[in-house]
Design a protein around this ligand. Structure first.
Ligand code: 13P
Ligand code: SF4
Length: 315
């Protein structure tokens, strides 16, 4: 089937089934273009919570679909591919994390949203890259904190806040592969480009970045900056929105080495237009969570959303 035909069918079905399509900035351009809403993890969570449609089709990865279900449990939440996981979420199993908590009973837990629903139930508050700094700063300086599962984001927060949070040893396999050495090489080859980086990059990369922020923060930074050339240290999908917003600006995605020309997340890129269509047709793959899990996982996410609203990070 041609791409146009597939898109036509998706849009027709979406209307018939009263569905909303939510997509992350790392999705392929074709999916971003048919989505009702594109955003970072924080804005997508808020959108999912308030969705009034009967069906939520979440084009991102599994933990994002889970978060949507937790926040809006009466709706049917589906994702195009059940194998769309996340290396960060996978790094933190319930069993190991319980032990880690038991070894540090006087710590409270901040978990990055890139974790499973079960880890969320073991957390006091959730954060995303869009509000992590404010969430950490909302706690007293002397409060002992476990930060999980991203040691890069946690390390970055420790550095800029002067805290000493205990870090779970997980990473995003996409950002972790970017080395400061090779990023610096690309920076030196493009001296008139500003380097923007996602905080899931390792600290050596973040230290040479001109701007560090979530996907939405990077997009806003570029939109509002007079500079026209940017080196982008995050997943390639973000360039679609950057180019849409700034047709006259130039973007180079920073890569791990000479052998690849892009920086793709193998999980995010499992989703295709064909799978989106099948997903809508067959209403699969449904995110199913038991009520008790939903109730327990909801508390720390709602805490995050309420605080983000109070601080004006989201409307
Ligand atoms: P944000 O879009 O919230 O910055 O998250 C990036 C990410 O890694 C999602 O998997
Ligand atoms: Fe997980 Fe990294 Fe892929 Fe995001 S980009 S889904 S953090 S593996």
């Amino acid at each position: 089937m041609s791409t146009n035909k597939t898109i036509e069918k998706i849009l027709k079905l979406k209307k018939e089934k009263n569905a909303i399509i939510l997509a992350h900035f790392y999705q392929i351009p074709e999916i971003q273009d048919i989505a009702d809403f594109i955003g970072d993890s924080l804005n997508l969570a808020e959108k999912a919570k308030n969705a009034e449609s009967d069906l939520i089709l979440f084009c991102g990865v599994h933990f994002m679909g889970e978060t949507a279900k937790i926040l809006n449990p009466k709706k049917k939440v589906i994702i195009p591919d059940m194998d769309a996981g996340c290396s960060l979420a996978d790094s933190c199993t319930e069993e190991d994390f319980k032990k880690f908590k038991e070894q540090n009973p006087d710590h409270i837990v901040i978990s990055y949203i890139n974790c499973s629903a079960k880890i969320k139930t073991l957390s006091d508050i959730i954060c995303t890259s869009g509000n992590a700094l404010q969430i950490v700063n909302s706690l007293p300086k002397e409060q002992k904190i476990i930060f999980a599962p991203d040691r890069n984001l946690g390390g970055y927060l420790n550095r800029i806040t002067g805290r000493n949070m205990l870090l779970w040893d997980g990473t995003c396999e996409v950002h972790e592969l970017l080395t400061a050495e090779y990023v610096l090489k690309q920076k030196l080859q493009n001296p008139d480009y500003l380097l923007i980086a996602h905080p899931e990059c390792n600290d050596a990369v973040l230290q040479i970045a001109d701007f560090v922020g979530s996907t939405s923060a990077m997009i806003n930074f570029v939109k509002n900056h007079s500079q026209t050339k940017f080196l982008v240290a995050t997943e390639s999908g973000i360039v679609h929105q950057l180019k849409k917003d700034n047709p006259n600006k130039d973007f180079i995605v920073v890569t791990q080495d000479e052998s690849c020309s892009c920086n793709d997340c193998r999980f995010m890129k499992l989703n295709t237009l064909d799978k989106v269509l099948t997903s809508l047709e067959q209403e699969k793959y449904e995110i199913i969570l038991d009520d008790d899990l939903i109730e327990k996982a909801k508390t720390p996410i709602i805490k995050m959303l309420d605080l983000s609203k109070k601080l004006g990070i989201i409307k």
